[in-house]
Ligand binder design. Structure first.
Ligand code: RIB
Length: 306
């Protein structure tokens, strides 16, 4: 197994809106799409689309969304042995609002994702041990995230932690046992309580996490690119100039693609560059997983030199 993602899945209910209604107001919106999402599933699908062998440890409900979610993962060649149903619970759903500037606002109702427990990590240990990389986010209970970090640490398997959505309860005694900590700017701001308005401020905030023991902080900054901070240095990779149609799930696209290239050859800078291009290409299309390119599409984009 190349990559084990332990995390969430959601059904994305995406409304494309002209503006948000005020309290008590009814407004018509031009468009709606339903798609497969959830940060864990998105990252798994991005890595699988790039050609990695991926497993997803996750939980779905026992509603009409569950089978479709499992089928979608399987259609992408993802191992769903540890994608389990929880009876009497709804699947995770995410109402998403994308405005005319392609910016999004996301609500999550975690549903079955709240039932992914440390015991589920234990149950999957035989298969997890075969993974070259573990990928985690924060749409599942924190004790499960901590157990998975510990598992990776015990077995010498590198761990990526994407602290999304940001939680102030995140315990850095656990976090610093992960190898890559990948927040976006606003998550970095919430987690450190520090301003992130300039590159210098982002570097300072990331350095605080490095001082807490995190080895690599990779901050995704949207159209401003990506900053990679370690104890020794800070390095920025510029983003590609594209016309954005929907930025939803771009961070997950970055992580899935980064995971793929990191497993392939261990070159962090190369993986960041590829993932930056992959995320840029993803925002040119609508939807989350449906906007993720294949490896051929990524290659074509890179050949164009955008
Ligand atoms: O990061 C984007 C994702 O956040 C969406 O797919 C939505 O499901 C939420 O989990």
């Amino acid at each position: 197994m190349d990559i084990a993602v332990i995390g969430s899945n959601m059904v994305d209910l995406i409304s494309y809106i002209d503006k948000m209604p005020k309290e008590g107001e009814t407004l018509e919106a031009p468009d709606f799409e339903i798609g497969c999402g959830g940060k864990g599933a998105n990252q798994a699908v991005a890595a699988a689309k790039m050609g990695s062998k991926v497993m997803l440890v996750t939980k779905v409900g026992d509603d009409l969304f569950a089978d479709n979610t499992i089928q979608n993962l399987e259609n992408h060649g993802i191992d769903t042995e540890f994608t389990n149903k929880v009876s009497g619970t709804s699947s995770g759903v995410a109402p998403i609002f994308v405005d005319q500037e392609s910016k999004n606002r996301i609500l999550i109702i975690k549903g079955a994702n709240q039932h992914l427990m440390p015991a589920d990590v234990e149950r999957a240990t035989d298969k997890l041990k075969t993974a070259s990389l573990i990928v985690l986010q924060l749409e599942i209970p924190l004790p499960t995230v901590y157990r998975a970090i510990e598992f990776g640490y015990e077995h010498g398997i590198p761990v990526i932690l994407n602290p999304a959505p940001a939680s102030k309860e995140l315990d850095f005694d656990h976090v610093c046992k992960s190898d890559f900590f990948i927040p976006n700017e606003s998550e970095l701001e919430i987690l450190t309580g520090m301003p992130v308005a300039s590159d210098a401020q982002i570097r300072q905030a990331a350095s605080v996490l490095i001082k807490k023991g995190v080895k690599n902080v990779i901050v995704t900054m949207g159209s401003k690119g990506v900053m990679w901070v370690t104890k020794e240095k800070a390095q920025t990779v510029e983003s590609h100039k594209v016309t954005a149609n929907d930025t939803t799930g771009a961070g997950d696209a970055f992580i899935g693609c980064f995971a793929h290239f990191f497993v392939k050859n261990g070159d962090v800078l190369h993986a960041i560059k590829m993932a930056t291009a992959y995320a840029a290409l993803s925002v040119t299309k609508r939807g989350t997983q449906s906007s993720y390119p294949t490896s051929e599409e990524l290659e074509e984009f890179l050949n164009k030199g955008v």
